[in-house]
Design a protein around this ligand. Structure first.
Ligand code: ADP
Length: 262
């Protein structure tokens, strides 16, 4: 439990860092757009006296924004994956206390963990991050309470089904997080994985949760899909590859990442 708490504090710090960056980035963009609008008006009115000054401040703000994105990229690149044979049900069970604390008393948590679940090959820390992110999104979609369901299952994907998911055919483990919240419009679904896309008020949403989950899923040779209906709720489903080797579950296998690269 102590370890989980530390983990959650680390995740909070990560959230604050990325959230702070997104916020600063937005502020800089607002400044740039303001300068450009001033310049545009002056040009239209043929008043060119202060143009140099406005252009200068737009350029400085754009430079700062570029430096910020460099920081953000450097930060995200440092998060290399460390895939290990992972027992997903145990991982979910280990997160339950933290999830319950995060979603509050108005939301009911149901865990439907499949028996005889296959071992999956993922970075367990990243998966914990992803799960917590999905649960917090679900909470935000249910301001008046509701039901949050976490479901695991085995899934053997044949050719056509695999193709539809842009995956190789084979065995996968699925992790589905379902809420009975607001749901998402087709327009929001389409943009939900874009970095910095958020419908939440400034300071509340970073717009990075789902984009990071997408990156994690694809780098893990898996996939993520959103099923949602306005007014009914949302399911976000992760497809994670089955671990093909012997069933050594504890995660003591040597890491399969490219540890030398940055
Ligand atoms: P953030 O949560 O910081 O906004 P995300 O990338 O996690 O960033 O999500 C992007 C957007 O997708 C959210 O702002 C919200 O509009 C929508 N979204 C994500 N999860 C859900 C959900 N469970 N229910 C409804 N909308 C959601």
């Amino acid at each position: 439990a102590e370890e989980l708490l530390q983990q959650s504090q680390k995740m909070e710090a990560v959230g604050q860092l990325t959230g702070g960056l997104a916020h600063d980035f937005n502020n800089l963009l607002t400044g740039i757009i303001g300068s450009l609008e001033l310049i545009q008006r002056r040009v239209e009115q043929n008043r060119t006296a202060d143009l140099g000054r406005y252009l200068g401040s737009a350029k400085v703000a754009a430079g700062r924004a570029a430096a910020l994105t460099h920081r953000l990229l450097a930060f995200s690149r440092r998060q290399t994956l460390d895939p290990k044979p992972t027992a997903l049900n145990q991982l979910v069970a280990g997160m339950e206390e933290l999830v319950v604390r995060s979603i509050g008393p108005a939301i009911e948590l149901h865990s439907l963990l499949s028996d005889d679940l296959w071992t999956t090959l993922v970075d367990p820390n990243q998966l914990e991050n992803a799960l917590l992110n999905l649960c917090i999104n679900a909470r935000d979609a249910m301001p008046d309470g509701g039901v949050l369901t976490i479901k695991t299952a085995n899934l053997a994907l044949d050719g056509p089904a695999a193709r539809a998911l842009e995956l190789s055919p084979g065995p996968y483990v699925t992790l589905a997080v379902t809420d009975t919240g607001t749901g998402m419009s087709p327009e929001v679904i389409e943009r939900a994985f874009d970095p910095f896309f958020t419908t939440k008020p400034l300071g509340q949403g970073t717009g990075l949760g789902l984009s990071m989950i997408y990156g994690f899923a694809r780098q893990s040779h898996g996939q993520v899909r959103i099923h949602s209906e306005l007014g009914r709720g949302t399911t976000v489903c992760l497809y994670l590859p089955r671990h093909a080797g012997a069933a050594t579950v504890a995660g003591e296998m040597p890491a399969l990442t490219d540890a030398g690269r940055t």
